[in-house]
Write a protein that binds this ligand. Structure first.
Ligand code: PMP
Length: 421
């Protein structure tokens, strides 16, 4: 059994180039006991734990370089501005943006999507228009569009999925016509793990003359993301899902779209000049960054992106796929366990139900075994409605999970089944 202070080598570490033991050793929160057992953290789709590299970057910045950004001429303000803008450049390069100004710092995915809905959406969607949203969306890529449609007298319609949790592209074809102005789709479903074929969807959406907004909250942590290759128009992400602090995230948008959009929040930094007669707005990205941003959060995000780049998104995806496969096989061997989301292309998010046991009881019993999973509707109630369940238990894997974590999960679920069976 793993001790809390001395991370052991996992079978994965010896059988592949990905050194999961080395990654585990750099995440302090992993090395503790919960319920007298070494913690197994499988709630990464909700939020990830922070590696030393991120903690150190944040700590160093706060201790030595912190000040407000952009408007100061003194040394500390210049250092803070340099660090903040360096983080923007790192994110831009990681996402394949054509320039750093396409990266807008926001609080997270939710704020990024609200920004698009309230600026692009408000200026482009009119009465009688349609916004298409997939059936597997997180509420944060659904409710902002419903609010917009309510305000404009437009319709927000679902793109259905099949029972494997794959989007019905034939239905998308049927729904796409000239009334559709925006299509909003997640890159990876947080409730089912489905990886959507964004490039294929983008081609259809553009042919219909609409724009494609991608929720990348679960895309960036698990996949290599290249917005140019995906050919989407907007891409939203959250720092805390990718090993950075919470309260910081990014909206990437095509330069020409962002440039033509009206501003959203008004205040300092987003203006060039202000008078009672006329106010001129700042250029990108500042036009969308009113007020003091989460400076330290952005620096932490830059460090997290460095880490992911060093590990290699392809290596991470391969490693997590091994965990997903082992967990899927292990859980399916237990009588009465059903997995929701069996798409042919999946990231490491595993939703399951145990017959006759409420998912919250599953979560609570797993916690007593030191295994942290999430139980609930995962802010994707239409997904739950599709499968006729109120909620599921969800195990999600990150860079530091290994096959020993999978074994602990499977053993703990087996005990749940025995307890109730
Ligand atoms: N979309 C997806 C797919 C998510 O998993 C989440 C977080 N659970 C969000 C959006 C919302 O992210 P945040 O709370 O960081 O804004």
């Amino acid at each position: 059994m793993r001790s809390t202070s001395q991370p052991v080598m996992s079978p994965l570490a010896s059988s592949s180039a990905y050194d999961v033991a080395a990654v585990r050793a750099t995440v302090p929160a992993l090395h503790q006991e919960i319920a007298n057992r070494p913690l197994v953290y499988l709630d990464n789709a909700a939020s990830t734990l922070r590696p030393e590299r991120v903690l150190e970057a944040v700590d160093h910045f706060e201790r030595h370089d912190y000040s407000n950004v952009h408007r100061g001429i003194h040394e500390l303000s210049q250092r803070a501005t340099t660090a903040f803008e360096a983080a923007r450049t790192k994110v831009a390069s990681h996402l394949g943006a054509s320039r750093p100004e396409e990266v807008i710092f926001v609080r997270g995915t939710t704020e990024a999507i609200n920004l698009v809905a309230q600026t692009y959406g408000r200026s482009q969607v009119s009465e009688g228009d349609v916004v298409l949203v997939s059936e597997m969306e997180h509420h944060s890529n659904m409710v902002p569009w419903q609010l917009l449609c309510l305000e404009k007298g437009a319709q927000c319609l679902p793109i259905p999925m099949c029972d494997r949790g794959e989007l019905r592209l034939d239905e998308l074809d049927r729904l796409l016509d000239s009334s559709v102005k925006v299509v909003a789709v997640t890159h990876v479903s947080n409730a089912l793990g489905t990886i959507n074929p964004i490039r294929e969807i983008a081609a259809k959406v553009h042919e219909a003359g609409a724009v494609l907004v991608v929720d990348g909250a679960q895309g960036v942590p698990h996949l290599r993301v290249d917005v140019a290759e995906l050919d989407c128009d907007f891409y939203a992400m959250s720092g805390h899902k990718v090993y950075a602090p919470s309260g910081v995230g990014v909206l990437w948008g095509r330069h020409e779209l962002l440039d033509s959009m009206p501003p959203w929040h008004g205040g300092g930094n987003m203006i060039r000049s202000v008078s009672f007669e006329q106010t001129d707005f700042n250029e990108l990205p500042h036009k969308f960054e009113a007020g003091t941003p989460n400076i330290t959060g952005a620096v932490g995000l830059g460090a997290a992106i460095d880490l992911v780049d060093d590990l290699g998104p392809e290596n991470i995806a391969r490693h997590e796929a091994q965990c997903l496969q082992a967990a899927t096989e292990g859980l399916l061997e237990i009588e009465g366990v059903r997995i929701l989301g069996t798409a042919s292309s999946k990231a490491s998010v595993l939703s399951f139900v145990v017959d006759g046991v409420h998912p919250h009881d599953v979560g609570a019993l797993l916690d007593r075994d030191g295994v942290a999973v999430r139980a609930g509707h995962h802010c994707a109630q239409p997904v739950m409605q599709h499968f006729g369940v109120p909620s599921t238990s969800r195990a999600s894997f990150g860079i530091y999970n290994d096959l020993e974590d999978v074994e602990r999960l499977v053993a703990a679920v087996r005990r749940v089944q025995e307890f109730f069976g």
